[in-house]
Design a protein around this ligand. Structure first.
Ligand code: ADP
Ligand code: MG
Length: 284
């Protein structure tokens, strides 16, 4: 009962002034054997180990690394659906629990697209944290939902079922939900996978339009060129942070060989060839 009251009355966590948008301090995570998504403090097979970094307001970060590098695990830690085995995750100076400023779009394969819900209802779900449970959306909330849809060029899709949309349209709708939520930290897990170039461009246009709002964006992606060209900083991950900073330094050959191991081959002319089986088990 106390938890229910907390959820109804609690509208987010106050942000501590002067703290980074996101900070991880020496975070390690091990999944408990035979469980789905439960972590353990006794594991020796770490999905992530000794992760420390900070991200500031409005930064756009690409998180890259091979399959199984821990990209999705990292996002689940930040959003708070997974507990670190060790270390601390802070958003504006406080743990992830209770923040309504974080919006997270999981990998496509983890969403049930057959769920019967319209696009505008999906976007309205972003308002629940602001409105509170057991209250009806007001005119102001619907206005924000429609503004958010307009900003991602999806107003014409408002009454459609979410399952009817193309992959790129679905990603834009989820970004609209983050806008309606007035999110300050947006995590997109492989939003570009399986999309054609125009759909990818449409997503970048939407992300560019978020810049004036100071929204911090983390995007997990397999596309190293995209990471290098379209983001402020790149994090190269393989259970540990192999590099984090400007693309040229982080995606240097030695780092890539370290992160991608046997999937990265040095060619005679010095170029690197990546043979990562990018999307195994994923859709698209
Ligand atoms: P990525 O998103 O970079 O492909 P993940 O975060 O999905 O990587 O996975 C990192 C590691 O954690 C992998 O070795 C994976 O097998 C393991 N893992 C991920 N989810 C679970 C889970 N629910 N239970 C046990 N192990 C998991
Ligand atoms: Mg993943």
């Amino acid at each position: 009962m106390a938890e229910l009251v907390r959820q109804i009355t609690h509208r987010g966590v106050a942000h501590s002034p002067g703290t980074p948008t996101l900070e991880l301090r020496d975070v390690s995570v091990a999944y408990a054997a035979g469980t789905n998504g439960v972590t353990t403090t006794r594991g020796d097979a770490y999905a992530l180990q000794h992760i420390s970094f900070q991200v500031g307001r409005g930064e756009r970060i690409a998180v890259v690394g091979p399959n199984g590098a821990g990209k999705s695990t990292l996002f689940k830690l930040i959003v708070g659906t997974l507990q670190p085995s060790q270390g601390q995750v802070n958003i504006f100076g406080h743990g992830p629990d209770g923040h309504i400023c974080i919006a997270y779009v999981p990998q496509r394969s983890q969403i049930d697209w057959s769920f019967p819900v319209t696009v505008e209802d999906v976007v309205m779900m972003g308002r629940v944290g602001r409105i509170g449970f057991f209250r009806w959306p007001r005119r102001h909330d619907w206005a924000l939902v429609h503004q958010a849809l307009a900003r991602v060029n999806a107003m014409h899709l408002a009454k459609k079922q979410i399952g009817e949309l193309s992959g790129g349209q679905q990603q834009r709708v989820f970004i609209a939900r983050a806008l309606a939520q007035e999110a300050e930290l947006l995590l997109l897990d492989e939003p570009l996978t399986g999309l054609d170039v125009p759909s990818q461009e449409a997503i970048f246009t939407v992300l560019d339009n978020l810049r004036p709002d100071g929204v911090t964006v983390l995007v997990a992606t397999h596309d190293l060129n995209m990471a290098a060209e379209r983001f402020d900083r790149v994090m190269l991950l393989n259970r540990q942070v192999v590099g984090f900073g400007g693309a040229t330094a982080v995606l240097a050959p030695d780092n890539l060989l370290l992160a991608y191991g046997g999937h990265m081959h040095r060619l005679q002319d010095g170029d690197l060839l990546l043979t990562d089986t990018c999307c195994e088990g994923h859709e698209g």
